[in-house]
Write a protein that binds this ligand. Structure first.
Ligand code: BGP
Length: 501
């Protein structure tokens, strides 16, 4: 007999598993800065300018780049106007930051390696030793502090030279360059890094082809579906991911390799069957990426989409066998919001925040940037992914972008971010429910840790961290690190392995 409280036993005495990997996450291009230090080459993220139109950030251009924009950026030395070139200056302050992470009690730091620090041009004959050494010292220190590095090989970052000279991931040659890069870091950091992720949010290649795939925005060609280049680039990334997974098995057999997806659950706008089928289609189009990386093959849904749109993805002999033979060990994903699907086009576009055109869900609040706040959706996607794939899951991004207010002076400076604590508490309660439901979850790394430059808006003031970084959107400020109230809350939570939730 069903009761009104089924199927959600709120307040259950669920616990987090022993060894659960609590931590925080960030990406090299958003945190490091030091864009011209240590032999680093320019990367695709270093040429994204910060533009304000009146009072507003011009978000339409911040994940894209044109030839003219890149030419202007290359001619512009220094970091002014290019936030990701200086970011949170982690490159120069990492030792102090790691001590803060240790104080937080973190078990894991999810981070990425800047490919352009290791191979400044991407096609160099030999790696840059200074870049290799930077991460070796960082991983060593993290290990000394009991923090497990969880490392993304490519997080919205590739050497700019591969973008301008080769056309980014749309060119098959980039697969070979990535394979060399992957083998170089797997070999060098064998024994230091156990958890590897190949590509961050691999579905971004279709959503934002420049940021995800290094594809420069150009005028559409007659008769060619504009999505063609994105799908081709994505296929190359799947092949590169499989080659990196294969290399990991050979080079570092104790390594665990995961894929990474921006998981966005699509809910039907109504209970009309057509809306439900539409939502299912949208979910399948989000999940075909994990289908390839976990099941080892493209789904019928995406193959039908290619047929219907005339998109042709060129594959080389052996690609399909390679994908089938080199599936990942676990699924990692980011979770920020749910979306709504409908067959009624007039519902779309009214709202949806700074990334998507979607339908407003009347049952949910949104963030300052218009993203649906949906803690229960996290339980839903955890159960859904687990049921579909039966491989361990890892939440490697979740958090609230908000405008924080720094109060006080000197040593008394504080940020009272109870809204962020509420966000974490509500989401983690749902995570605990999902674990009670039987989901195998490796860990949870909240987005940011430190405040970093936003991927989609290039703002520093869209803050995610539990540690405030005293820099504004123009890069002005002391750069000091200040513990927010959420830092103290998260520290207690980690120390109790989630019991204080
Ligand atoms: C994910 C990215 C991150 C990150 C986060 C928050 O899509 O993997 O790099 O930045 O979203 O997004 P934003 O910074 O645009 O608020």
């Amino acid at each position: 007999q069903r009761t009104a409280t089924d199927p959600s036993p709120h307040g259950a005495s669920g616990t987090f598993p022993e060894g659960f990997l609590w931590g925080t996450a960030f990406a090299a291009n958003q945190v490091e800065g030091g864009f011209d230090q240590g032999g680093k080459g320019l990367s695709q993220a270093d040429v994204i300018p910060f533009r304000k139109t009146g009072d507003y950030v011009d978000i339409t251009s911040l994940m894209k780049a044109t030839d003219a924009q890149i030419a202007e950026a290359i001619a512009t030395p220094g970091a002014a106007g290019y936030p990701k070139r200086s970011a949170s200056d982690f490159y120069n302050r990492w030792e102090g930051d790691v001590e803060l992470f240790a104080e937080l009690g973190m078990k894991a730091l999810r981070m990425s390696i800047a490919w352009s620090r290791i191979f400044p041009n991407g096609d160099d004959a030999a790696p840059n030793e200074e870049g290799l050494l930077f991460y070796e010292r960082l991983f060593t220190r993290l290990r000394e502090r009991g923090i497990e590095p969880v490392v993304t090989m490519s997080h919205y970052e590739m050497p700019l030279h591969l973008v301008t000279e080769y056309g980014g991931w749309s060119n098959r040659a980039v697969v070979g360059f990535f394979e060399t890069y992957a083998k170089t870091i797997l070999t060098r950091y064998r024994g230091l890094v156990r958890y590897w992720l190949t590509f961050n949010e691999i579905n971004t290649t279709l959503i934002e082809p420049y940021t995800g795939g290094g594809i420069i925005e150009r005028e559409p060609q007659d008769g060619v579906d504009p999505r063609q280049a994105g799908y081709q680039a994505l296929h190359h990334q799947f092949v590169a991911s499989a080659l990196a997974t294969k290399a990991a098995r050979e080079i570092a057999p104790d390594a665990q390799v995961g894929c990474m997806l921006a998981r966005m659950a699509h809910y039907p706008a109504t209970s009309a069957p057509a809306d439900i089928v539409r939502a299912q289609w949208d979910n399948n189009m989000n999940l075909f990426h994990t289908d390839v990386q976990v099941r080892g093959r493209y789904s019928g849904t995406v193959r039908r989409f290619w047929r219907d749109t005339g998109i042709h993805v060129a594959m080389e002999p052996g690609d399909e066998a390679l994908l089938a033979a080199n599936t990942v060990d676990f699924i990692s994903f980011s979770y920020y919001m749910s979306l709504v699907s409908s067959v009624s086009p007039e519902l779309y576009g009214a709202t949806g925040g700074n990334l998507f055109s979607t339908i407003k869900n009347p049952h949910l609040q949104t963030t300052e940037w218009g993203w649906h706040l949906d803690p229960e959706g996290l339980r839903y996607v955890l159960n859904d992914l687990w049921d579909r794939y039966q491989v361990p899951l890892f939440i490697v991004e979740n958090g609230l972008g908000a405008t924080d207010v720094l109060e006080g002076t000197g040593a008394d400076r504080a940020v009272h971010d109870e809204y962020r604590i509420d966000y974490f508490r509500q989401h983690l309660q749902q995570v605990r429910e999902a674990i009670e439901d039987g989901v195998d979850l490796l860990g949870y790394t909240s987005w940011g840790g430190l405040d970093i430059v936003s991927a989609s808006t290039s703002q520093m003031t869209k803050r995610y961290g539990v540690i405030y970084v005293d820099l504004d959107d123009e890069g002005a400020g002391s750069g000091d690190r200040i513990r927010k109230d959420s830092f103290h809350w998260y520290r207690e939570l980690i120390a109790s392995n989630g019991a204080t939730l």
